[in-house]
Write a protein that binds this ligand. Structure first.
Ligand code: NAD
Length: 415
């Protein structure tokens, strides 16, 4: 650290990762050097990834960000998306730091973004891209102490198997296929956690029986479809779900198991089992819970004003903009922040990593139980901090997470 508490590490430049460090630092009475360390990204790489596909060579922009390894190896998925940027990758890496800290998992936060539309790729080309990425970051993967990747948008178990094949160590990656150390229950883990978060908010915060609740879900991919399925099984009425093409609305409740199966074989669930509804109209439905489980920044200053639901459970990463958040707060909505609501995925990843390390076998129910215990315990911490400091659940979750990271930095002699 220099006199001003500045380091040579990259500055995030602006508030990203959903946490406003300067306001959280006032609550925690952090010193300027502590704030400075928290605001900086530990390491990031911009790579021109040359992928030789036989008849052509693709050059792809790849971003690898290790936001913090204070609490353990940087944990975070590999995203293939046509519009991914370094800034988005930083934001997602930082969210992972707070998510692992809030849930007390011994990992830090990281992320990889590769700028390519995965829909244009064959699975073979995807595997070439991932193998090339591994060549670039082999040292970090081999050490097991720097970066532990996982799937994100555009990648899945087959791509994680490529990493396993290259490094030949099962604990270097999570989200592997089940026959090579992957976890039963990993694919539905995030949705399972989102459903549990929703039930917790309904029953413990609002005293609404889940069986009497009405819910709308934006996004019917991995997170949204599994969350809908588990909530349906608990007796909730899921009145609307949507995907990128549009949604379907039935005030009497949708047949979610049917839609779930339908979505596996068809491109869109728009208008299936209900009336066609736009993603725009989804916000203004008269429901108890709105679950954004699609993409970032969908709840902004315009859409936040339309939301009638009492509770917003952030299934997606960063679905609410800063302006949107202020409006939801003024309207008295209960917002369950992403780092709490969708932490089921990383909790399951931790279980997979532990099993890979020890060689133990983990049953699906054990995974579910660990997710529920982990989220339940984080909920209690967040509610207690919100009451203690008179702050929102989002800020309460951030206070706990930042405090954990600061303590780890002190324990390691960094601060
Ligand atoms: P996915 O690709 O499986 O599904 C995304 C869904 O959102 C699809 O139904 C898609 O059609 C829909 N969608 C895309 N753009 C949309 C738009 N503009 N409006 C409405 N719907 C739109 O992705 P996923 O794995 O379910 O991830 C969804 C979100 O959850 C992402 O923000 C991701 O980072 C986050 N997340 C995922 C996991 C996980 O384990 N999969 C874990 C934590 C967080």
């Amino acid at each position: 650290l220099t006199k001003e508490g500045k380091t040579e590490m990259q500055s995030t430049g602006k508030k990203v990762g959903g946490v406003d460090i300067s306001s959280i630092s006032k609550i925690l009475h952090l010193s300027p050097p502590e704030v400075s360390l928290l605001e900086r990204i530990e390491k990031e790489m911009t790579i021109g990834l040359r992928v030789n596909c036989g008849d052509e060579t693709m050059i792809l922009n790849a971003y690898v960000v290790y936001h913090s390894t204070a609490r353990g190896p940087a944990k975070g998925g590999i995203r293939l998306a046509p519009n991914v940027t370094l800034e988005e990758t930083r934001d997602l890496a930082e969210r992972m730091t707070w998510k692992t800290a809030l849930t007390h998992i011994p990992f830090g936060g990281g992320k990889t973004g590769i700028r390519i539309d995965p829909r244009t790729l064959t699975s073979f080309t995807k595997s070439l891209i991932i193998a090339r990425l591994v060549q670039e970051i082999r040292n970090e993967l081999v050490s097991g102490n720097d970066y532990i990747p996982a799937p994100d948008l555009g990648t899945g178990p087959p791509e994680m198997a490529v990493i396993y094949n290259e490094i030949r160590n099962p604990e270097c990656v999570t989200g592997k296929p089940t026959h090579v150390g992957g976890l039963p229950g990993r694919k539905e883990a995030t949705g399972r956690g989102v459903s549990y978060s929703t039930i917790y908010a309904l029953e413990h915060i609002h005293s609404i029986d889940v069986k009497k609740s009405k819910i709308a879900v934006q996004g019917f991919g991995n997170v949204g479809s599994w969350a809908s399925k588990f909530l349906y099984e608990k007796g909730a009425k899921i009145v609307a779900v949507s995907d990128i093409e549009g949604g379907t609305y039935n005030p009497e409740g949708l047949d979610i198991p049917k839609l779930f199966e339908y979505s596996k074989k068809n491109r869109t669930i728009k208008g299936v089992g209900g009336k066609v509804i736009t993603n725009e109209d989804l916000f203004s439905l008269d429901v108890d819970v709105f679950i954004p489980a699609a993409v970032e920044n969908v709840i902004d200053k315009n859409t936040a004003n339309k939301i009638k639901a009492k509770i917003v459970v952030e299934g997606a990463n960063g679905p609410t903009t800063h302006e949107g958040d202020i409006i939801l707060s003024k309207k008295g909505k209960t917002v369950i922040p992403d780092i709490l609501a969708n932490s089921g995925g990383v909790i399951a990843s931790y279980v997979e990593w532990k099993s890979s390390k020890s060689g133990s076998i983990t049953k699906r129910q054990e995974v579910y139980d660990t997710i529920e215990e982990g989220i339940g315990s984080s909920y209690k911490d967040v509610i207690a901090a919100a009451e203690r400091y008179k702050i929102s659940y989002r800020n309460a979750a951030a206070v706990i997470a930042v405090d954990e990271v600061v303590k780890a930095m002190h324990d390691r002699g960094w601060a």
